[in-house]
Unconditional design. Structure first.
Length: 363
């Protein structure tokens, strides 16, 4: 019997005597029932798989290039420990750099990085251009100890300034906007917004909170972006919002209308549609973001006269030393309780001047 051989493919009989065929480099299996061994269809399938493998190999980052440095950084523990949002941002930066991925490391200089930064500002805006600069700096920093590059060529590149006529991102919400949104949001959306509004949590962190993270009248958690611990007392307003939320069996505190845990993208989509309807009716001003609620909490507390350290504790922005980690945790809830009482009183005072908005908008 003639034995068929194809370069790059492993052809053999299994323990049951049945013929098998795999592409060696990728492990891709050929279905020999659809494309019988030795048939024209079989050889065509082998050619197709080999061509795909070669194309992917050609696209893979080459050692000693910018693409190789980027790929090496993506394998580091540092990148793996970043928040999901930061990972997404860095992946987008890598996509922007993809056309020049084959640039040799020897050709990377500070003027080259500065030119990349300038081009990015023109194509994707000043903010994302600065993100590309930050990303390159991280790539270079983690490549230096491995001997892949000799210095951080992004270190001396000056960040792009915010345009003077550009409104600030994630602006604080006006009191009237908060009232309108809470009045007109669907119940499963209202409780999510109320939770963010009354805690200052990042939206992504709020959506991930589980029931087990509520201990008595305190929410315990960790900021996904920084890994810093937060201990947020549950105010009467927040407790009322949680009590009024639609019942569900999800492990998370917040859930969709079908009782499933929210994904960040899912909630963002629902929020965007809801917000656009309100903007079309001039019920809210443009520029309303979920992250803006975090700024709202900080601004409200600052205007109420609280110290920056108190606000930082509530928002999880303070970095404790490991030696004081547990003692800090023991006192954090008590300190934040005073902060939360101030926020509760200030929100109540401001809301008294706002007229209720009765019309409902479905998200």
């Amino acid at each position: 019997m003639t034995r068929i051989r194809v370069k790059g493919f492993k052809i053999f009989d299994d323990r049951h005597g049945k013929p098998r065929c795999y592409h060696r480099a990728t492990g891709h299996k050929i279905d020999l029932e659809k494309t019988p061994l030795g048939s024209a269809e079989f050889f065509a399938e082998c050619t197709r798989i080999a061509a795909i493998a070669e194309a992917r190999k050609a696209q893979a980052p080459k050692p000693g290039t910018l693409g190789g440095l980027v790929n090496a950084y993506f394998q580091t523990e540092h990148f793996g420990n970043l928040a999901d949002a930061t990972k997404r941002d860095y992946r987008k930066c890598a996509d922007f750099l993809h056309p020049i991925r084959d640039t040799p490391v020897s050709a990377i200089t500070k003027p080259l990085v500065s030119g990349i930064h300038d081009k990015a500002a023109g194509k994707i805006g000043w903010r994302r251009a600065n993100m590309v600069r930050t990303f390159l700096s991280q790539v270079f920093r983690y490549a230096i100890p491995r001997g892949l590059i000799d210095r951080d060529y992004a270190a001396g590149v000056i960040p792009k300034p915010r345009p003077k006529d550009r409104p600030y991102a994630n602006r604080p919400w006006a009191v009237e906007e908060r009232a309108v949104v809470l009045e007109r949001a669907a119940p499963h959306v209202r409780v999510a917004i109320a939770l963010i509004m009354n805690t200052g949590l990042d939206p992504s962190d709020a959506l991930k909170l589980t029931r087990r993270q509520i201990d008595g009248n305190t929410i315990w958690g960790v900021r996904g972006k920084t890994g810093h611990e937060v201990a947020i007392p549950i105010s009467p307003t927040l407790q009322a919002a949680l009590d009024a939320a639609p019942p569900h069996d999800a492990v998370t505190i917040l859930a969709t209308s079908t009782g499933k845990p929210w994904t960040y993208n899912g909630f963002s989509t629902v929020w965007h549609r809801f917000k656009k309807k309100l903007e079309a009716e001039d019920a809210v001003q443009p520029g309303l973001t979920l992250k803006g609620l975090r700024h709202t909490v900080a601004t409200t507390l600052r205007e109420a006269g609280l110290e920056e350290r108190q606000i930082a504790d509530l928002l999880g922005q303070k970095t404790p030393s490991m030696a004081r980690h547990y003692s800090r945790s023991a006192n954090l809830a008590d300190r934040n309780r005073i902060t939360m009482e101030t926020l509760e009183k200030e929100n109540e005072r401001r809301s008294k001047v706002v007229k209720p908005f009765k019309k409902t908008v479905k998200p």
